[in-house]
Design a protein around this ligand. Structure first.
Ligand code: COA
Length: 635
């Protein structure tokens, strides 16, 4: 049986060399000419299948910091048997290599299926990330509408580059990246199934959609965002249309049909069949699925202190605050939902199946730049038609499904804690000055913070981009290494000298960066192991013992599920923990500060997001202090 664990979606049963300088993930070159998208894509290399022995050796090394030695010995024996000449490992490896020869990417379809579409937990909290923008300069309805109009215009401006295939190609480490994900995020939606979901994308339809959906007070509207001459509506026009929507959705007693999308996927799959049995409902659902994106005009949320504003906003992005607040003001299956509150709250949530965070954040950067540079364009006020309200006929059966969904949603809301902090003592500048990778520095700080809180090392997931390869998604950087374990155990040990601690820190950072370099070049272990397992399932062979081993479950139990999502905008992405007793940590390292979002479940007694965020901040400062106060040993 496939068991998908949280957003890290790994399945299991039950310095870089210091001289190599990467160019920024989003460093750009001249815009590609129309039609060059395919040429660019076709020029990208295919994802390699790593050598079997390499993966087995590295898997064993990754287990060392998180397992007892007796368990490790047992796994060592299983791995020796697995990779023996003529053994099951060799056969599965050959199967994978043959799949790699036949496909553009041996992993991507499997990954989409196993990590997302087969994943049956609710997408809310368990899979869909949110993005929190800084508080915007408005605090009333007019401000909210004006901002929403500009935001929509900004997305449409970005869409012109997608439609014309002129998006600048991104680079990582000097290598061009796959741009496929950018073409998947608009006009797309997840659709629930009884056992497995699917994703539809209408961007390449013969008549692609020209509307977005707007939701206010749980009522959905179709807003056509193009004039008859195919030019996008101006900000002015959009504002007028949004006002019309607002004024015709003032009733607050409507059934929150959208909350159905927050359910466990099997339940939603069944409810979906009920809902779409009715023709009117079916048409309304189709209009939402086909729309270019959704804008959620949220009702005011409870006021909080300035310090807590971003944390509360993160919860609003991740789940909407519960059935009494804005959770019914969503269609959680929609790939992109921009969320705008009356009090200056702004951000988005996105359904993860079609893309990772970086393309989404690149879109945000574009929107923010657009909003700052464009004014309200006055346009001839030719009357535009009233945006169409989407109707739902709510039968007693549908009403019962809505009530169930509300109950589950409220349980999830009570269970999730998120703390967003702006760590303002330093940003990428300090690690860079120490000639260390900032990402590796933060990851090692996370290892130390976890060790300080829980007195042990844990299996840790950091997303690594595989976009150097055609249709590449991600692999895992396992941040808990032998080197990080040596460092965290030494750091608070008064018997250790600072020079030794610095040397251990340098070694841990170097090892992390080396892992990152291997991962982005397709030589990490996690996707390869998943591939070998799925190959066994496809061959209808029995599942090899290495996947039935408790060590494999321990390795997949990511107590720390982390990701760097860098942006030019002062925003931060957030997501729920990957396991019940874990943390979700996402960060945006800026030049002189770091935005960090930490999540945990309240139902777990051992974890605490606020405490973890505080310990992480202190740990970052302690690590800087150590480096700045300790003279470097001469090499
Ligand atoms: N000395 C000085 N500077 C260094 C350095 C060193 N030893 N090592 C790195 N730097 C610099 C880099 O040149 C870069 O400079 P910039 O700020 O001018 O761009 C900066 O520090 C950042 O580098 P680093 O911290 O090493 O991280 P990275 O940008 O290479 O990112 C990953 C690392 C793992 C985050 C990235 O490779 C990746 O895979 N990103 C995608 C993750 C993803 O998909 N997340 C979404 C999941 S939903």
């Amino acid at each position: 049986m496939l068991l998908v664990l949280g957003r890290n979606m790994v399945v299991g049963t039950a310095n870089r060399c210091s001289r190599l300088v990467l160019r920024p993930v989003r460093s750009t070159v001249a815009a590609a000419a129309p039609g060059r998208y395919l040429t660019h894509q076709n020029g990208l290399p295919c994802l390699p299948v790593p050598p079997l022995q390499q993966t087995c050796d590295r898997y064993l090394a990754a287990l060392e910091p998180i397992l007892e030695s007796a368990e490790l010995e047992c796994t060592k024996d299983l791995l020796t048997k697995f990779q023996s000449p003529g053994g099951v490992g060799e056969r599965l490896q050959k199967g994978l290599e043959s799949r790699a020869r036949r496909t553009d990417n041996w992993l991507s379809d499997w990954w989409l299926q196993a990590a997302y579409l087969d994943f049956r937990m609710p997408v809310v909290v368990h899979s869909s990330p949110g993005v929190v923008l800084p508080r915007m300069q408005f605090s009333d309805r007019q401000g909210q509408m004006k901002f929403a109009a500009k935001l929509i215009a900004g997305v449409l401006d970005f869409k012109t580059m997608i439609d014309a295939e002129t998006l600048p190609v991104e680079y990582l480490g000097g290598s061009p990246l796959c741009m496929h994900q950018y073409y998947q995020i608009l006009s797309s939606c997840r659709i629930p199934g009884l056992k497995r979901d699917s994703v539809v994308n209408h961007a390449r339809d013969p008549r692609p959609p020209t509307h977005i959906t707007v939701v206010h007070n749980f009522q959905f509207f179709v807003l056509d965002v193009y004039n008859s001459d195919r030019t996008p509506l101006t900000v002015d026009q959009l504002y007028v249309q949004l006002e019309k929507i607002w004024n015709s959705s003032l009733q607050t007693n409507k059934e929150p049909v959208g909350i159905l999308t927050s359910q466990h996927r099997n339940d939603w799959g069944k409810a979906y069949v009920n809902l779409t049995r009715d023709e009117t409902n079916k048409e309304s659902v189709l209009a939402i699925q086909k729309s270019i994106f959704t804008v959620c005009l949220d009702a005011p949320m409870p006021r909080v202190s300035d310090e807590m504003f971003r944390s509360r906003a993160a919860l609003q992005m991740l789940h909407g605050g519960g059935s009494h607040w804005n959770s019914g003001n969503r269609w959680f299956d929609k790939t992109l939902q921009f969320i705008i509150g009356e009090d200056g709250t702004c951000g988005l949530m996105y359904e993860h199946a079609p893309a990772e965070g970086p393309p989404i954040v690149a879109l945000i950067d574009h929107i923010v730049e657009y909003i700052h540079t464009s004014g309200m364009v006055r346009s001839p006020m030719a009357p535009l038609p009233m945006p169409k309200k989407l109707r739902f006929n709510v039968t007693p059966e549908i009403k019962r499904d809505i009530e169930n969904a509300k109950e589950h949603m409220n349980t999830m809301v009570h269970d999730l804690e998120v703390r967003v902090v702006v760590f303002d003592q330093f940003g990428k500048n300090v690690p860079k000055a120490q000639k260390m990778s900032p990402d590796a520095f933060i990851q090692i700080a996370l290892q130390l913070a976890y060790y300080r809180m829980h007195q042990r090392c844990c299996s840790t997931y950091e997303s690594a981009s595989l976009r150097m390869f055609k249709r590449g998604r991600t692999d895992t950087i396992r941040s808990a290494s032998i080197d990080s374990a040596n460092f965290v155990k030494a750091f608070d040990d008064p018997a250790k000298h600072n020079t030794e601690k610095v040397a251990l820190l340098e070694q841990a950072v170097k090892a992390h960066r080396a892992y990152t370099d291997r991962a982005i070049r397709g030589q990490a272990i996690d996707r390869h192991l998943l591939g070998l397992k799925l190959q066994a399932i496809e061959d209808l062979a029995s599942i090899p013992e290495i996947f039935m081993d408790t060590a494999y479950s321990a390795a997949q139990h990511f107590n720390l599920s982390t990701s760097q999502v860098p942006a030019k905008t002062d925003c931060v992405m957030c997501f729920g923990p990957g396991v019940p007793d874990g943390y979700g940590v996402c960060y945006n390292p800026m030049a002189k500060h770091i935005n960090i979002a930490v999540s945990a479940f309240n139902s777990c007694e051992e974890t605490n997001a606020a405490h973890m965020a505080k310990v992480l901040e202190n740990t970052l400062m302690d690590m800087r202090k150590l480096l700045e106060e300790t003279p470097k040993a001469k090499l």
